[in-house]
Write a protein that binds this ligand. Sequence first.
Ligand code: NAD
Length: 293
Amino acid sequence: MTAHIIDGRAMGAEIKVELRNDIQRYMQTHGRLPGIVIVHVGTDTASGVYSKTILRIAEEVGMHASLEQLPTLTSPDELQTILQQFNSDETVQGIIVQMPLPTHLSQKMVGDTLLSSKDIDGISPYSAGNLFLGLPSLLPSTAAAVVEILERTHTPLAGKRVVILGRSNVVGTPLAMMLLQKNATVTICHSRTVDLATFTRQADVLIAAVGRVKLVTGEMVRSGAVVIDVGINYLLNGSIVGDVDFASVSQVASALTPTPGGVGPLTNIVLLKQCMQAAGWEAEAGKHATILH
Ligand code: NAD
């Protein structure tokens, strides 16, 4: 079997067209664009690249976006005050704080401070709690991007065995909750899992989100499985690879995401889609508030 290679860039282009239409409809109804603010504290290079990518995509889809670049030595109080200002800013529907933060700032404080209705990367305990309870929620964008791929490729999930490698709060664990709600039978494997291959060989859908080169090889994959490679690993020669050994797995799987060009291009587009979702929910809540008054 030779796997169908899932084209994340083409899928991203498709979502951008839908998003642009949604934003135009929002503009016609509300007379303003939905707005996203990116908060980047410090000088982390990858965060700088992600911020620029979000700004570029926002411009492409017609969303209002701005970057709040803060110095590394921003104090916890200063960051909290800035986030609170964005919480109450009516022109802002979504806030993303780039991680990692400088070590003197805590992600927990950010999650606790962000207004949950603007927490478009689903990092607050409230968002995580809603996801856990199966209630509508803003979602961690990488996990949501994986679900987007599975849905757009019409991958059956109900009753299927899904194995996720990695249990982080941004990818593996929220993804498990999302797929459980789609009636998949979900197994999470992690750094302490013994005999990984026993689990991976059972998977109808195998998702690798670890950050280890060639963690998943062809003999670990069941024939015909759908394999989603979330991992990003930088090689010494400057190239980027995922967690999946593309050469061997593409001979066994029925479908496979490449790295680069698979999950990566979708993550930031899905983040903006969530901002649009947040804007829609805010407008709905406002409508109900008007009725109540
Ligand atoms: P993380 O370091 O927080 O978590 C890694 C997880 O892998 C942990 O839960 C750990 O238990 C598990 N793990 C470690 N060794 C393992 C092993 N041998 N077998 C099974 N599980 C093992 O990382 P993260 O933030 O969840 O990201 C995971 C990967 O996804 C990284 O490579 C990251 O760069 C990539 N990533 C990609 C995107 C994207 O847009 N494509 C976005 C976020 C993260």
